[in-house]
Design a protein around this ligand. Structure first.
Ligand SMILES: *Cc1c(COP(=O)(O)O)cnc(C)c1O
Length: 424
C-alpha cells in the first residue's frame, strides 16, 4: 500500500459522485490547497477557477476562517440543536438577518444544499397542510437544479440526473425561464398551471441556473412570476445555494428583485468551503403557520448536525470578509475583468454566447454536445493539462473564481480559455 499513490489506492474501495466508474479515468490525488491554488500528489499546481463548486470564495485555507473554526472547536465542538442553542448559531442568525432580504424572519439550519431545499419544500407543503388547504403540486423551471435528495430532485429539471427516479418524484409542473422574448408566454403557462393545479410552492434558482450551464434569465420576468404566485399564496422558494454571498454582485441574487421570496436556501459559500452547513430562512408568515397548541403542527424535521457550531463559526468569519474593503475590491475587479473578457470573445467564431454577472462568467461554445459526451472530458483535460480547474457543463465553460484570486491567476484562466477557443 505504501508504494502506491492516492489515485491507485482510491480505486480499491471508493465510489465517487457523478462518476461512471467503468469508463472514468483515475481520480487526481490532491494534497494541499491555499488561496486560489491546489496541488496534486505529483507536485502539479492548479488554479481553482470554480472555487471548488463555488464554495471557497475567500480562498482555500483562509487564515481568518480557519482560526475562527479552531477557536470554536476548543470552546464547544458540538451539541445537538434540539433543546439546546449556542452562541455561534444565535450570532449567525443575527448577522444573517441584517443582510438577508428584509422580509426574512426565521432561520432553520440544515447540513447541505439539498437538505436546505428539502426542508424548504416540506415547509411549504406543511404550511398549507396546517391551514387545512391541501396543495400537492410544485412549480419549477425547466433545467433547474436543486440537489439530489427526493424533494430537491423532484424540483430539478435536468433529466440526465433524474432518469431512474422519475416515477417516484413529487408532482411538479415546469415552466421555461423568463426572457424578454417569451415573457408573456411564460406568464400564460403559469396562469394555466395556477388555475388547474393545487400549487404549494414555486422553486427557482434566482437569475442564474448553475448546473444548467450558468444560464441567465430576466429579473423583471422572475419578479412577475413571483408576484403572480404570491397572489395565489403559492410560497416562493429562492434556491440561492449557488448565487448566495456575492456571486451576482449583490449579497444575494434576490436583492436584484422587487418581490422577495417567502423562503430562501443557502449553503456552499455560506461556510467558505470549510464545513457542510446550510440554511433555510423564511418569513414570519410561514413560521406563524406552524404555531399551534397541537404539537404535530410544528416542523418535525431535523438533521443530526443541524447548526453545527464549527460551521456557524466558519459562516460568521466568512460574513466578516464578504463586504470587507479588501474583498469588495476583488469582487469589483473580477466583475469588470469578466466584462472585458466577454467583450473580447463574444464575436469569436467558436462562441455562441458569452455573458457575465458579478463574478460569474459563462461562454457557450458554438458546438453541439451531449451533456456527458466526450467533449466535456476533452475540455476538462485541456484546462487541467494547463494547470487550471474549470468544469464545463454541456457546451458551457464557466469561471466562478475565489474572490481572492490574483490578477495574474485570473488572466491565466482567460488565456487558457482563449487558447481553447482558437484550437477548436
Ligand atoms: C449545489 C446546489 C444544490 C445542492 O447542494 P448540495 O450541498 O450539493 O446538496 C442545490 N441547489 C443549487 C442551486 C446548487 O447549486
Amino acid at each position: 500500500m505504501n508504494g502506491e499513490n492516492l489515485s491507485e489506492r482510491d480505486k480499491k474501495y471508493l465510489w465517487h459522485p457523478l462518476t461512471q466508474h467503468q469508463t472514468a479515468v483515475a481520480r487526481i490525488g490532491i494534497v494541499k490547497a491555499e488561496g486560489a491554488l491546489f496541488w496534486d500528489e505529483r507536485g502539479n499546481s492548479y488554479i481553482d477557477g470554480i472555487a471548488s463548486w463555488y464554495t471557497a470564495m475567500y480562498g482555500h485555507g483562509n487564515k481568518h476562517i480557519t482560526k475562527a473554526i479552531s477557536e470554536q472547536m476548543s470552546q464547544l465542538d458540538f451539541v445537538m440543536f434540539s433543546g439546546f442553542t449556542h452562541e455561534p448559531a444565535v450570532k449567525l442568525s443575527e448577522k444573517l438577518m441584517a443582510i438577508l432580504p428584509s422580509n426574512q424572519a426565521k432561520i432553520f439550519f440544515n447540513d447541505n444544499g439539498s437538505t436546505a431545499v428539502e426542508a424548504a419544500i416540506k415547509m411549504a407543503l406543511q404550511y398549507h397542510h396546517n391551514r387545512n388547504d391541501i396543495r400537492d403540486t410544485l412549480i419549477a423551471f425547466e433545467d433547474g437544479f436543486h440537489g439530489d435528495t427526493f424533494g430537491a430532485m423532484s424540483a430539478s429539471g435536468l433529466s440526465s440526473y433524474n432518469g431512474p427516479f422519475e416515477d417516484f418524484l413529487l408532482k411538479v409542473k415546469r415552466i421555461p425561464v423568463p426572457q424578454k422574448e417569451n415573457m408573456e408566454e411564460v406568464m400564460a403557462q403559469l396562469e394555466t398551471i395556477l388555475a388547474n393545479e393545487k400549487c404549494a410552492a414555486f422553486v427557482f434558482e434566482p437569475l442564474v441556473q448553475g448546473a444548467a450551464g450558468m444560464k441567465f434569465h430576466s429579473a423583471e420576468g422572475l419578479d412577475r412570476l413571483i408576484e403572480k404566485c404570491q397572489e395565489h399564496d403559492v410560497l416562493c422558494i429562492a434556491d440561492e445555494v449557488m448565487t448566495g454571498f456575492g456571486k451576482t454582485g449583490k449579497n444575494f441574487a434576490s436583492d436584484n428583485l422587487h418581490n422577495k421570496p417567502d423562503i430562501l436556501c443557502l449553503s456552499k459559500a455560506l461556510t467558505a468551503g470549510m464545513f457542510p452547513l446550510s440554511i433555510t430562512s423564511c418569513t414570519q408568515k410561514v413560521f406563524d403557520a406552524f404555531l399551534s397548541d397541537e404539537v404535530a403542527k410544528g416542523f418535525f424535521h431535523a438533521h443530526t448536525y443541524s447548526a453545527h457550531p464549527l460551521g456557524c463559526a466558519a459562516a460568521l468569519a466568512g460574513l466578516q470578509l464578504l463586504n470587507s474593503s479588501e474583498i469588495l475590491e476583488r469582487r469589483n475587479y473580477i466583475a469588470s475583468a469578466h466584462k472585458t473578457f466577454v467583450a473580447k470573445v463574444e464575436n469569436h467564431p467558436n462562441v455562441r454566447n458569452a455573458r457575465s454577472i458579478g463574478v460569474i462568467l459563462a461562454i457557450d461554445l458554438n458546438l453541439e454536445t451531449e451533456r456527458y459526451g466526450n467533449l466535456r472530458d476533452r475540455l476538462y483535460n485541456f484546462f487541467m493539462a494547463r494547470g487550471v480547474l474549470l468544469r464545463p457543463l454541456g457546451n458551457a465553460i464557466y469561471v466562478l473564481p475565489p474572490y481572492v484570486i490574483t490578477n495574474d491567476q485570473l488572466q491565466r484562466i482567460y488565456e487558457v480559455i482563449y487558447e481553447l477557443l482558437d484550437s477548436l
